[in-house]
Design a protein. Structure first.
Length: 621
């Protein structure tokens, strides 16, 4: 079967592979993938900054539930995200090494990551340090695709990923887990959660985890800095969430997540143990108050840190980011509609051994949105202005419309603008940064069709995202050499397909993305992004037994902007399962890359071979 996505690319896919990818099943749009006959209607917060039923949201989104995280057996957040539609990853070695996440073909620094509503990331390099985020502290994840600058400001070009830590409810509960596996990997985690009843309800959840692995060589022969030693990591983390109902309609809350990663990497010297030490933190206080029957106010004061220390034979490099956040959100219910007004302030401070990038900047923002729900019609309209002390004022907007054809079938369309602020490295790094660099800009349009039945969920989305003023490493305007500059433009188009279906005790799911992430200035495909990628899985869930088989696949990619260095396509097969052998007790296991596929997600960087991880859980079932 052959068809054309754009004038640049014609794709040929074997009919059997296409049939498996589309008919067998794709990942659920927003529904928990369980074997139960009754599913709770999912609620999504990230798309509109307030809790909304997923069926009432126009913006394309998915939810990774706590059950899916527990059953997956993954030890790495990027690996979990990789099997979701619209997402690709790149990594410089094993689970502890630098990782990037690409949403709908955008760069790692063209998306926003939130932890319990708090924005994290580096102001110097841009993007989140994915390898530092501990999967063990996560309750569930929401992924919202497309431009979200009207909701969250700069950098929400490809989408927003929000991570929610574990919350407490009901009687006191203790959880614990221990596991071990290949590459001398081992993990321990424990937590306690619960809630008290009564008028002044108090809920609590606190947990801690320790992970360590001897790993494998991050690089292959031929790579810069190659050293055939083991490159392992150690990650220690803790999280907590506490809420108190001080009166009816009035809530105070505290959340935090702290993680420290000590990871080895290759730097060419066998006599020196090169390593990165990264500290990630997210801390927030909030007050949620129902001031009137139709008026809810939420004030949040937060801080996030991303502190990176690189130790090599040539010295120590430090790149630290501290962000302070203050936001005030007001939701006014007008019949079935919601008017939302937001004021925000974000303060960024960078400290570094490179004195030129040790800078600060402040951004003050104001936003308004209107959510409409009238019978079968859904609508939203949003506008936002971000005023930066560094690059001035920037306004973004979006509009969307959805129509419920039947109770299960919904169509939607939307257009929106976005922008990405230049990083401190792009502005000030010696020999590269330029103060002439301006924000990147994006204009996105998409149309989607969603079917959300009791046992089957389907989705098909077409998007077209045009980016201008792309920041690239080009010739310096006033000297020889290369500097950051706004010279490129890109067009990201694609079709994202998703579905899941339940047949008795079996659930089939999968995804297929057919995309064209092209740099229009050079007419080349963006680096490390494939024209086709996806996953297919079959899961069995019957009482105490849960098991599954999945394959994650990707087409060829290019390592360089000239598209002369090719990364081959790949497909890996994973097996996973668990068994509840007693009340509150279960054993679990995951066998990754069953057939020991040799592949690359970054040129000359190693990926795990066939590997196994097994363990025991208490209190999770």
């Amino acid at each position: 079967m052959t068809f054309t996505v754009s004038r640049h690319v014609t794709l040929t896919i074997k009919p059997l592979a296409l049939a498996i990818a589309i008919a067998a099943a794709f990942p659920s749009l927003t529904f928990a993938q369980t074997g139960q006959d009754t599913m709770l209607a999912p609620v999504v917060v990230t798309a509109t900054r307030s809790a909304q039923a997923a069926r009432d949201i126009i913006t394309d989104n998915i939810v990774i539930t706590s059950e899916e995280i527990a059953q997956s057996g993954f030890a790495s957040l990027p690996d979990l995200l990789q099997r979701k539609r619209g997402i690709e990853i790149s990594r410089n070695g094993g689970p502890g090494t630098n990782a990037s996440v690409f949403i709908r073909g955008t760069n790692n620094n063209q998306s926003i990551v939130l932890i319990d509503g708090v924005r994290i990331g580096s102001s110097t390099s841009g993007g989140a340090t994915w390898q530092t985020i501990p999967l063990s502290q996560i309750d569930h994840i929401e992924i919202v695709y497309g431009p979200m600058s009207t909701m969250y400001g700069a950098d929400a070009v490809g989408g927003v990923i929000q991570i929610f830590t574990k919350a407490g409810d009901g009687a006191p509960r203790v959880t614990a887990s221990a596991g071990a596996g290949s590459y001398d990997t081992r993990s321990l985690e424990a937590g306690v959660s619960g809630a008290t009843g009564g008028e002044h309800r108090f809920s609590y959840a606190i947990g801690a985890a320790h992970e360590k692995s001897e790993g494998f060589s991050a690089t292959k022969s031929g790579a810069f800095g190659f050293n055939p030693d083991q490159d392992g990591y150690q990650r220690d983390s803790a999280s907590g969430r506490f809420t108190l109902d001080v009166a009816k309609g009035h809530e105070l809350g505290l959340t935090f997540l702290s993680s420290r990663l000590d990871s080895q990497f290759d730097n060419g010297s066998s006599a020196f143990d090169a390593r990165n030490i990264i500290r990630l933190g997210s801390y927030a206080l909030h007050s949620k108050n129902r001031l009137l029957p139709n008026w809810t106010s939420r004030v949040q004061l937060a801080r996030s840190i991303d502190k990176a220390e690189s130790l090599t034979s040539t010295g120590t490099g430090i790149f630290d980011t501290t962000q302070n956040h203050l936001n005030w959100q007001n939701d006014l219910t007008l019949g079935s509609d919601v008017l939302q007004l937001v004021l925000e302030r974000r303060e960024e401070k960078a400290a570094s051994t490179v004195a030129e990038v040790a800078r600060t900047r402040d951004t003050n923002s104001a936003a308004a949105s209107y959510l409409l729900k009238r019978g079968s019609h859904l609508g939203n309209l949003a506008i936002r202005n971000d005023r930066s002390s560094q690059f001035g004022s920037h306004t973004s907007g979006s509009i969307g419309y959805g129509y419920r054809i039947t109770q299960a079938l919904r169509a939607s369309t939307s257009v929106g603008t976005s922008f990405r602020a230049p990083t401190f490295n792009e502005l000030y790094f010696p020999g590269f940064g330029s103060t002439l660099v301006q924000p990147e800009e994006g204009k996105n349009a998409e149309i989607g069709l969603y079917y959300e039945g009791k046992k089957t969920q389907l989705s098909a989305v077409y998007y077209r995202n045009r980016l201008t003023n792309l920041i690239v490493n080009g010739p310096c305007p006033a000297s020889t050499g290369f500097c950051a500059s706004n010279v490129n433009k890109a067009l990201l188009t694609g079709i994202s397909l998703g579905a899941s279906t339940r047949l008795g005790s079996f659930t089939a799911r999968g995804s297929l993305d057919i995309q064209e992430p092209r740099d229009e200035t050079t007419e080349k495909i963006l680096t490390r992004r494939a024209r086709q990628h996806g996953s297919v899985a079959l899961e069995y869930n019957a009482g105490a037994v849960r098991s599954g088989i999945e394959t994650v696949f990707s087409g060829k990619r290019f390592e360089n902007t000239a598209n002369t260095v090719r990364l081959g396509g790949y497909g890996i097969v994973n097996l996973y399962g668990s068994y509840d052998f007693a009340r509150n007790w279960s054993v679990f296991g995951r066998w990754n890359n069953v057939f020991d596929k040799n592949y690359e997600v970054a040129r000359n960087y190693a990926t795990p071979g066939s590997n196994l991880f097994v363990g025991v859980n208490y209190g999770f079932n």
